[in-house]
Design a protein. Sequence first.
Length: 519
Amino acid sequence: PHPAADRPGGFSCGLGPRVPLGPPPSAAARRQRQGQGGGGAPHQVCEPGGAPGKHLPQRGSDDDRGPVQGAGLERRLARGHLGADGPRERRGARGGVPRGAPRIRRPGSVPKRGRAGLQVPLRRGWPRSGALRPTRAPPAEAPCPRRHKTTYCYDFPAVFENALRMTWAERASAGEPDAVPPLGKLVEAVELVPDPDAGQGFDGDMKLVPTKREPGQNKIGMVAWLMQLKTPECPVGRQAVAIANDITYASGSFGPSEDGLFRAATEYALAERLPVIYLAANSGARVGLAAEIKACVQVAWVNPDDPTKGYEYLYLRDEDYQRLCGSVPAGSPKPVKASRIIGKQGDTIWVVSDIIGLEDGLGAECLSGSGAIASVYSRAWDEGFTVTLVSGRTVGIGAYLARLGRRVVQRTDQPIILTGYAALNKVLGRDVYTSHMQLGGPKVMGFNGVSHHVVADDLEGAVAILRWLSYAAPELGVSRPLPMPTSDPITRGIGYTVAPGQKLDPRAAVAGEVGGDGD
């Protein structure tokens, strides 16, 4: 064995017997060693099971960040970082996690929407109930909610969970009675899914079925929930219907199916006498051109060398027309209406008169659906309780809905607009506007009365909605708003009379004053 293996105060590197460190070097020795350009002679460690005299050069290290040279190792030993049997257990910059362990990403650094369930504003900590769960990965072409600076729709139940815990915590910090939240989750959300056996349009025949399913299983750009909220004024739970745009589906635009779900969810809330919470992040009504026809449509110009002269008609080649008509099932309407003629080159072409498209919901039916949901949401404000959170940019019919619901909470970085600034600049003929915020930002909508609350993020918006909701009855039109127990009872006397010659005390005028006789 090594002659110094059993000496007290030795240092073991895990590769052999204990090696003595010796007394700390003097200042002169350290200066001399630095002048030679070296870090000191390496500690000699025996090979595992090796013969005496065969050593391996090895520098001692007390952590996983690399070798510690001579005097530094001894200083660490003197400070108590190293023990006689090796390095002591201590927590480093990564909380004791080994250097080679994979890094656990925080919610703000999750790169894809596949974990959009973690993209929740958590400035004030994580919810204790574990409400945040990663959702399924999106299609490759699906836009990310973070690009639009908004929250993924399926994360809003977790946002309200965190907002409720903040509300309960604020009540406890204020010293109010009954400030302990119930055990378990504070938000129970059941998704309202369209019945596949019923209609799927906006004409009122869509039926919703409460369903428990995994997030991200929606087939349209609108999601609705029946939420059970355990608020301070109703710890046993109160219900509300929440409707949210899915910004990852067609940029959250309104088509016939989305209009049908919005109308059905609002009518469900009216029938059950429940408040409606609309979480807006959309691009307005979905109006466009069928992509399959756009790719093959041809233009018959009056003068092919000068397109400014205009065109005679739009047409399809015979092979394109036959392919498009053959792609639809028998008995279904054709995606295009056209008449057959002989072209200028002597070939058969089809002059287009009407474009229908293979996909439904690209034309005027979207505008009809917008009118239908505007009517039902206005009725919901008149007969029930509506509140809108502008979580993302809201355009067109989305802006109309926010105004019709009257109670609006707007984020500081999201606009409420009817038309984009680029379209307005084209109409005006010059660049007058440079952003949507100039048209409908909080400095516009917050000052003209459209927005009642301006918040920094969706978490603050959810807190504002819950505070607003506390003034509404759990069952609208049947029950009364529930008074919350408070440390300042409403029966406290607030009388205040100023004696002749006495100065007025505004604090006593607000809080009351106890007189000499106890009144």
